[in-house]
Design a protein around this ligand. Structure first.
Ligand code: SF4
Length: 275
């Protein structure tokens, strides 16, 4: 298996979890996201993305505060300070959700030990395998009882499934990257669901992490092949076939994809917030 030219060192495929999963979800969306230049214009901003951004930024700001200021109240205020309100139906809906999300983040902050110092917040980690240059940004990397723990915040209204932490390719890649950057084992991964405060934890083994890296490599081999065909100037519609389904209604590139537009009705930008 090579990703380069014969006789030359193989070029490592630059893999983030999002890039790999985009290829898996829909090769056409992958092409529009990572290869087509100029990139096609994306659709309107989503309210649920606005919420996710505000929450991640607020929690990052919160950990940067001096310890005495890391209170639930300050966490809620930081959400309001970071709120941009894009994608909501109107000002009232945005204001209602800002209050609600600020309360959720305040309640979550109450469950955290403000005196602990994360090893990293919004920390980029990277690792190399024979075919991959993996990288990713970890929401938070804790050190608890001498153990590194990857923490990923989730803000979706959808409840987490019990298997989510175990099966997450992104969490496994973060753990592998953290281990390589900090030169010590990192096997514990956690999803923190901010709307409910629920924490899902999984303890990987070296074997399970190796399996996840193999999974990433196998996805990357296909994506790299498609990249090479595209770079050679022969965009191949079959290679980048649209993978239609209900998620097309949420796709940023739906307006450029007749097959996706036919497969699912467009969603309102705030639709993910409704029951
Ligand atoms: S609309 Fe659907 S098929 Fe088209 S690019 Fe988006 S996800 Fe893929």
């Amino acid at each position: 298996m090579t990703l380069g030219l014969p006789g030359l060192p193989a070029r490592l495929y630059p893999a983030t979890p999002t890039r790999l999963l985009t290829w898996l979800d829909c090769p056409r969306r992958y092409r529009m996201t990572y290869l087509d230049r100029p990139a096609p214009a994306r659709g309107a901003p989503w309210a649920h993305t606005s919420i996710g951004t505000a929450v991640h930024q607020a929690l990052s700001d919160w950990w940067a505060l001096p310890v005495p200021e890391r209170t639930p109240g300050s966490a809620a205020r930081l959400v309001a300070a970071r709120w941009r309100g894009e994608g909501f139906r109107d000002h009232d809906q945005s204001a209602r959700w800002c209050t609600r999300v600020a309360q959720e983040v305040g309640a979550y902050a109450l469950t955290q030990d403000p005196s602990s110092e994360p090893r990293g917040v919004e920390r980029t980690v990277a690792a190399r395998t024979p075919v991959l240059a993996l990288s990713g940004r970890i929401d938070r990397l804790d050190e608890r009882d001498g153990e590194l723990v990857v923490v990923d915040y989730k803000t979706s209204r959808r409840p987490l499934a019990d298997v989510d932490a175990r099966t997450s390719l992104a969490l496994a890649i973060y753990a592998v990257g953290a281990a390589q950057v900090f030169r010590r084992p990192c096997t514990a991964v956690e999803l923190h669901h901010i709307p409910t405060g629920r924490v899902l934890r999984h303890e990987h083994t070296p074997q399970s992490l190796r399996r996840k890296v193999s999974e990433a490599e196998s996805i990357a081999v296909d994506a790299a092949r498609a990249d090479a065909v595209y770079a050679a100037g022969a965009p191949d519609d079959d290679l980048f076939a649209p993978r239609t389904g209900p998620l097309c209604g949420w796709c940023d590139f739906r307006a450029h994809c007749p097959q996706g537009a036919a497969a699912a009705a467009a969603r309102e930008p705030w639709a993910a917030l409704e029951p």
